[in-house]
Every structure is written in C-alpha cells, then in structure tokens.
Ligand binder design. Structure first.
Ligand code: UN1
Length: 505
C-alpha cells in the first residue's frame, strides 16, 4: 500500500524535480492519475495570448541560438542528460503516476530521453553536408545545413516525455528553440522535464531566454503553434484524426511537419519460428504498456501448422499476466488511461464478437476503485481481417488470425491504414528477406524475431500511410530540424554557365 495519498506523492516527486508551479489552483486544469482515478493536481493553464508570447520569445531566442556553434549547443544537451540521470527515478515515477506505466516502463521512457540526448551530443559535431561534383571548371558545389527556426512539439499521453526529448534534443543541437504542448492528461511530467532542463540551462550559463518552453492547457494552445507562421516546424505525436487536422493546416502556410500518428501493427509467425521467443515477444508487444503504445502489436497472423501450438500458449500467457497498480506492485500491466479508453476497448470487443471473433479476456479488473480502469488484456481469435481489426483501438487487444500461404498474408499485413511497425518471426531466410523487401512490410519499422514495440533511439522512428510519414529520433532524422542550402562557389576567372547556356553581353 502507498504510505501517502497519491496527490502527496505527486507533489513530493515534482518538488524533487524542482517544479515550482502551484498544484492546487482553484478552478485549475485537473490532472487525474489513471492509477487510482484520483485528481492529483489542479494547474493554472496558459492562454492563447501566453502562447503567442511564448512563440515571440522563442523566435527571439532563435536569433541568438542559431549563431552558437553546434558543439557548444551540444554541451547544453550533455548537461541535460546529466540532470536527467540524476532525476531518473523521480521522472520515471512521474510517468507511472500520470500515465500508469509499470516502474520499469516509466524508467525506460526516461532512459530513452537520456539515450537521445547522448545521441544528440555526438550529432552536434556531425551536422554534415555533402560536397558535390560540379560540371563547371573552377567551381565547387556543397550543401550547408542551417538552423531552421522555432519547433512546436505536440505530444500524447502514452509517452509523456520521451517523444518530446527525441525532438527537443535534436532541435536544440540543430539550433532551434522548442515549445512543448503536452497532452492535457500528462502536463505534470512535462513540467518536471522542464524543471530539470532549467537546471541544465543554469549550469550552461549563457543560453538565451525561452529556449525551451511548456504550454499547459487545451487544444487551443496546440492550434496556436500550428497556425503561427513563426513556428517553422510542428512535430506532432497523436491520433491519425489529429494529424488530419494538423497536417493540412501547417501545409497551408508552407510550414514543415513531422507527424507520428496511429499504427495498426502486426506480427507474422511462420512455421520455422522459434516459438518460445515469439511467445515472449508477442506478449510484450501486445500487452506491454496496457496496449497503449503506438507500436503495440494489434494483429497477429499465425501459420496454420503451428496455430494449435502457439495460440493455446498465448492464451495461457494472457490468462496469467499480472494486472495491477504500477506504484504498489510488480504487475506487468497497469491501467488504461481513462473511461473513454475502456469504453473504446469494450466497443471493439463487442464488434469483434459479432463478426465471429472468439474473445478471451478483456474484462475489467477491480484493482482500485470505480474511478480507475484496469483490464485483463484481450486475445481475440478472428476468422478474418474485418471490422475493428482494421483500425487502431488504443487498448490491449490482439486479434489473432490463421494463415496458410505467405504471399497472401503479406498482402493482408499491409492492407490497413496504419504503417508504423511490423514484425516477422521466422528462421527461414527467404521469408525474412521477403518481409524486409520492396514487396514486404510497408511500415516504417520492420523487425525480425523481435516484437513491434520498444524501438531503440538510434534508428529513425515513424511510419508510412496514415502514420503520417514523419521520422524522429536517430539516423538522419535531424535533417528535418534544419534547412538545407546548396552553395556553388566560382573560384575561377571565367563565368561558365551551367547546361552550356551562352549569355554574352
Ligand atoms: C509511442 O508509443 O508513441 O518503440 C512511442 C517504442 C517506443 C516508442 C513508442 N520506443 O515502443
């Protein structure tokens, strides 16, 4: 049992991180912990006028920050990583309180922040451009990457801090100030990250004001960022519905966008798969984080020859998985974020049953009182890929389907809106390489013998189709935070024109 009320634990955790905001503002925005359903804080919110001021401050900061040498900008991110290491336990606990993640997953999210900071520090000395062969004698052609401008970061409840840091760490070394609009459901983790960032800023010494700001409040604040021509890049994580609004609005003003939206991630288990490994990977991919990752495994295609071996073992894992309060137990599955998530899950399960699905699990568990929504993860054996199987329900539901031939299952695999993550379980080289080939998985992430979730920061993260097409985090995702200039320099005493054009005056 918790030795103190959740609101007291929240206040104490935030204080350790250095948050000074009042947590009991009368009439303020209520923050509810999904762990118990209690209101743990009421926060003052920002207005759209505050958002406009934040944008102006960031735009001013950009004028100075872009001139600071990139490795020096990297020093700020290095200091932030140090501060994150010191506050890892508190930040991890804040994630567990606000998003309901298990302690290990809460800490894992902070670890992703530390990892991307380390990556960004190295990157701060590697913002390379190309030198390109020119067709003209005595000329040199090259690319230069320059800071882009203010970056607006919109994040979702399920990963309350790591996606912000994937963006912020890269943006800061690339020379861009950031403004963060966190989910209304998880503003406290954002305030904690910001307070820890302020400590890095204090140690850094001469950073311009407003390099990183947080806007607490409703969707109107996100809209202010989306609509402002002073915000050069919007990086938004959330639903496809949200992306359909944000994308066209930013495009209309020729702003840049990174969209990381919904997925409908699948796994294929082939006859030659290592069954024990597949079982464990599927269990984490489908039930971890109570099915509330954008990378959660939601569909599973199992070859008919092994179906009766794998699926009973999976059902056993589903029946025995521990569901419980993440702050008081070592349960693997915590709560759903709220009642709407629970209702959405029940609706999908009902629809699946009506379409001939056989539902195992999915019932509510009385872990805490009436205000908290814990569920047993659901495994649904489906006769075909129809109805709710075709959409993302943000809850722990795994739709399992039998397949007989490899080529048709590849088609089925790709025949959904989302294009984020995917995996194949096989030891057959041909199946593996085909899955990774041009006619294989059409997702941004395609894995072999691991699940769909839990990507490392070193790779580019994001997906195709209704997932939005953006890439964040590792590889060359940094390029989205900079602008490219192509430079041609003539060091000869002639003026030859390209393409052999003659224009003698
Ligand atoms: C998300 O759910 O929005 O690959 C991000 C993963 C994590 C990130 C998930 N590294 O599951």
């Amino acid at each position: 049992m918790l030795s103190k009320p959740l609101s007291a634990l929240t206040a104490e955790t935030l204080e350790c991180c250095g948050v000074t905001a009042a947590l009991d503002v009368e009439g303020g925005m209520q923050v509810v912990s999904p762990v118990t359903g209690e209101v743990v804080a009421a926060l003052a919110t920002h207005s759209t006028a505050d958002a406009a001021r934040a944008i102006d401050t960031a735009a001013k900061a950009f004028r100075d920050w872009r001139l600071v040498p990139a490795p020096r900008r990297g020093e700020l991110v290095r200091l932030y990583a140090e501060e994150l290491r010191k506050s890892k336990d508190e930040l991890g606990r804040m994630v567990s309180i606000e998003a309901g993640k298990s302690p290990s997953e809460g800490l894992g999210e902070v670890q992703e922040m530390i990892d991307i900071c380390d990556f960004a520090v190295g990157l701060s000395r590697q913002l390379y451009g190309l030198t390109i062969a020119t067709e003209r004698p005595g000329h040199r052609m090259m690319e230069t990457w320059h800071p882009l401008g203010v970056v607006g970061i919109i994040t979702a409840f399920n990963f309350p801090c790591a996606p912000w840091c994937w963006n912020a760490a890269l943006a800061l070394v690339c020379g861009d100030p950031v403004i963060w609009k966190p989910s209304e459901k998880t503003p406290l983790t954002a305030l904690a990250c910001q307070a820890v960032f302020e400590r890095a800023i204090a140690r850094f010494g001469d950073a311009p004001d407003g390099l990183s700001q947080v806007l607490v409040g409703g969707p109107e604040l996100g809209e202010a960022l989306v609509d402002s021509p002073k915000v050069a890049l919007i990086s938004a994580t959330g639903s496809t519905r949200m992306g359909r609004i944000v994308g066209p609005k930013v495009a209309a003003r020729f702003g840049k966008c990174i969209l990381e939206l919904g997925g409908n991630n699948a796994g294929i288990v082939c006859p030659s798969a290592d069954m024990d490994m597949a079982l464990r990977a599927i269990a984490f991919g489908a039930m971890g984080t109570a099915g509330q990752r954008c990378t959660t495994m939601r569909r599973l295609f199992v070859h008919e020859s092994i179906y009766d071996q794998l699926v009973p073992a999976l059902k056993k894992a589903y029946a025995s998985v521990t569901v419980g309060n993440p702050l008081e137990s070592s349960a693997l599955v915590g709560p759903l974020i709220d009642k709407a998530a629970f209702d959405g899950m029940q609706t999908a399960l009902k629809e699946a049953a009506e379409l001939g699905g056989s539902v195992h699990g999915g019932q509510r568990e009385a872990v805490e009182g009436e205000a908290a929504y814990y569920v047993k993860p659901a495994l649904v054996e489906m006769p075909e890929q129809t109805g709710p199987v075709l959409r993302e329900t943000f809850a722990p539901i795994l739709y399992v389907m039998k397949y007989s031939d490899f080529d048709p299952v590849l088609e089925l695999h790709n025949d959904v809106g989302g294009g984020l993550s995917s995996s194949i379980f096989t030891t057959d080289l041909r199946e593996m390489e085909t899955f990774l080939s041009a006619r294989g998985s059409d997702c941004g992430i395609a894995n072999v013998n691991i699940g769909t979730s839990g990507a490392e920061i070193g790779g580019a993260f994001g997906g195709e189709k209704e997932t939005g097409g953006g890439r964040e985090s590792g590889s060359d995702a940094w390029r989205a935070y900079m602008r490219r200039a192509t430079n041609t320099i003539n060091y000869s005493s002639e003026l030859p024109l390209a393409q052999g054009v003659v224009f003698d005056i």
